[in-house]
Design a protein around this ligand. Structure first.
Ligand code: AHM
Ligand code: MG
Length: 350
């Protein structure tokens, strides 16, 4: 809760009333960060700013999702006579279109698309790669539960202008930026470029993301355990023992509170603020768990580490894994350092 605590009541009042020009928009923040590096070309700043813009458009669509039945559902036509698309496909297109023409990216990849997404011929290519999950947890939209966008930025490593598979298949420790947007009761964008984690809340009345959570730190040990217990019957015995430990059932640890939204960004965000652990372990039916290394696990692992936390697959640090395919899955344990440490010890034994 450290980030929160640093926002004083007076600062909050300013955010609400805009009586003070010291209110920091995401654009101003990104530019000020960039000025610290005289050699910076501004490309990474541009990518972050374009992503913030795309997420504002997505936030707007998400907010209208409940009106789909009135305005026309999937497979029907909306009021403008256009065919309605699923929201995750819409979010995917919004990001691709916001990012493909800036001259900063050489390629993209999305959880929603099979292969690499090339930059259209008419646009310049740049030196960065963008990997993203446009609308994670989108099955929750129908019941009005938070969803999120997750992104990861890498630097091109191959020769030539065109982005190649090897540019996307880099270990997470090579990320130059990562972040997520939580479309919750308010919309928040949280990102890191490797110098701490910073959170911005969207003020819809002025359409700006404002710095609300500077320098976020995850508590060393946490309150919350987020895991889908329905898979318990398919877990290996060491995972069962680990979950008993977190619940305080083996007398070795104070019991954690169980909170599971089923929307990774929302679960991760709560645990980042309150401390704790999100787990999606392997099970006998899904030996690699469910979550995708490139679009979900790597970016959130980068943020967790930058906030003082950790992320492992059970055996090794997530950010050290060399990916072999775009959509590969991995077991995932992410959150407060001391809680991830327990997973590391107990799963190594098994
Ligand atoms: P998605 O990328 O298809 O939306 O799936 C990812 C989501 C995560 O947001 C969430 O943590 C997980 O799936 C929940 O899965 P489960 O229902 O198996 O617990
Ligand atoms: Mg997803």
């Amino acid at each position: 809760m450290e980030g929160r605590a640093t926002l004083s009541l007076a600062a909050l009042r300013n955010v609400v009333n805009y009586t003070d020009t010291s209110v920091v928009t995401i654009e101003r923040y990104i530019i000020e960060q960039e000025r610290r590096f005289p050699d910076a070309t501004g490309d990474l700043s541009g990518i972050l700013y374009d992503l913030a813009l795309a997420s504002k458009i997505i936030a707007n669509k998400v907010r209208l999702a409940g009106l789909v039945d009135i305005l026309g559902g999937h497979g029907t036509e909306n009021v403008q006579g256009e065919a309605q698309q699923k929201l995750d496909v819409i979010a995917n297109d919004i990001i691709v279109k916001a990012m493909d023409h800036g001259g900063r990216l050489c390629t993209m990849a999305s959880e929603e698309q099979e292969g690499l997404i090339p930059i259209p011929e008419q646009f310049r290519r740049g030196k960065y790669v963008l990997l993203f999950d446009p609308l994670d947890g989108s099955s929750n939209i129908d019941v009005n539960v938070p969803v999120g966008t997750i992104f990861s930025v890498l630097r091109k490593v191959t020769e030539g202008e065109e982005g190649q598979m090897a540019d996307a298949l880099q270990p997470g420790m090579k990320q130059v930026a990562a972040g997520y947007v939580n479309y919750g009761s308010s919309t928040m964008l949280v990102y890191t470029t490797g110098r701490g984690v910073h959170g911005f809340t969207l003020d819809p009345s002025i359409g700006e993301f404002l710095l609300s959570h500077p320098n976020m730190r995850i508590p060393e040990q946490g309150r919350y355990l987020s895991v889908n217990d329905a898979y318990e019957q398919h877990w290996e015995e060491n995972v069962r023992a680990l979950m008993r430990r977190y619940r305080g059932l083996d007398g070795q640890r104070k019991a954690m509170n169980v909170r599971y939204v089923g929307s990774l960004v929302a679960d991760f965000h709560r645990n980042l603020l309150g401390g704790g652990l999100f787990a999606y372990p392997a099970n006998t039916k899904s030996p690699n768990g469910k979550l995708r290394l490139l679009y979900e696990c790597n970016p959130l692992a980068f943020i967790a580490e930058q906030a003082g936390g950790a992320a492992i697959d059970g055996q090794q640090r997530i950010l050290d894994i060399q990916p072999t395919s775009l959509h590969q899955r991995t077991p995932y344990f992410v959150g407060s350092k001391a809680d991830v440490e327990i997973a590391s010890e107990m799963l190594a034994k098994g």
